[in-house]
Design a binder for this molecule. Structure first.
Ligand SMILES: [Zn+2]
Length: 320
């Protein structure tokens, strides 16, 4: 590697296959990727271009699980700069306080109620862990329902904040000493260097019958977007490349990649029964809200259209 701030991945991070091909590449220090980074990070902090000299944005596609991933990813130092400095923690916190309205909290409440109902147990007997807890909003909501609630974060600012509101931080090394009913990962797996190994590590902390939730961006038309490769399309638009955003969204999972990754970790998908989902669905606002609420359980359980899954370990396969 010509740039020592980056690390090269030699195998598919989801299924460990060594058969993958490059489908796109462009330098970080000139052209459309550089322009994208300036546009994207100026709004939330800064870009330190000196870390990017000579590096390339390289998208690969796995021949086995079809996952799309960035081959060259930030090493620990650059990851630290990116999440601790390029993205200004204070700016992001204030933005969250401004943007996160009732619907945001209502979605968390919905998810936590659906999970509690799946376990069919008193909330106070359940232990939930949010891996990559951010500002600990999800953990705080679980605590409000009476569950034992824990989280983890790499950012010191966020850990301090979480502890100030009563959410205990658990370090990576402490994870296997714990036993959880539910491990939540909300928009985390697309960011991490070793998703398969992370899943294996998290699995060690599950109670029998415990679940790991993975939610990652869904873009079922990702191949079309990559053919167009329009770096100027804004986030949320039809051609947006946000699902493969340079440096951050280093893993783009198809649903089949998630299932293959789970199988590699000797885990299998579990579905929250549709009845439990409807009983604890919130936010029936307007025609759009009603339609979304009616369709979501069908999309999740029958059509497999969302990258939102629950996993449990296959009996007899857990290593402690
Ligand atoms: Zn793969």
């Amino acid at each position: 590697m010509s740039n020592s701030w980056f690390v090269r991945r030699e195998e598919c991070p989801a299924c460990a296959s060594k058969e993958f091909e490059t489908i796109y590449e462009s330098p970080y220090d000139e052209g459309p990727v550089k322009d994208y980074l300036i546009e994207f990070y100026t709004a939330q902090g800064t870009v330190e271009h000196e870390y990017l000299e000579g590096a390339f944005y390289v998208l690969c596609k796995c021949g086995n699980c079809k996952m799309i991933f960035q081959r060259d990813i930030p090493g620990d130092t650059l990851m630290g700069r990116l999440y601790g400095h390029w993205i200004d923690p204070k700016k992001v916190f204030n933005q969250h306080e401004k943007d996160d309205g009732l619907i945001y909290y209502s979605n968390y409440a919905q998810e936590i109620m659906q999970a509690i109902s799946y376990f069919n147990a008193s909330p106070s007997s359940l232990s939930f862990f949010d891996f990559g807890m951010g500002w600990a909003k999800w953990s705080l909501m679980a605590k409000a329902f009476g569950c034992h609630s824990f989280g983890t974060e790499i950012s010191e600012d966020r850990i301090k904040y979480a502890e100030s509101i009563g959410i205990k931080n658990i370090t990576w090394d402490e994870i296997p000493q714990n036993r959880f009913d539910l491990i939540n990962t909300e928009n985390v797996f697309e960011h991490i260097a070793e998703p398969l190994n992370t899943l294996r590590h998290l699995k060690t902390a599950l109670k029998p019958g415990g679940l790991i939730k993975i939610n990652v961006p869904t873009a079922n038309d990702i191949d079309r977007r990559i053919k167009i490769m329009d770096w100027k399309s804004p986030k949320g638009s039809a051609n947006s490349l946000n699902p493969v955003a340079p440096l951050e969204h280093i893993n783009y999972f198809r649903r089949s990649s998630l299932i293959k990754m789970a199988a590699e970790a000797q885990m299998e998908e579990v579905r929250i029964p549709i009845g439990n989902q409807y009983t604890y669905t919130t936010g029936w606002h307007g025609i759009k809200g009603v339609a979304k609420n009616l369709l979501r359980p069908i999309y999740l359980n029958l059509l497999n259209r969302h990258n939102y899954i629950f996993l449990r370990y296959i009996k007899g396969t857990k290593k402690n």
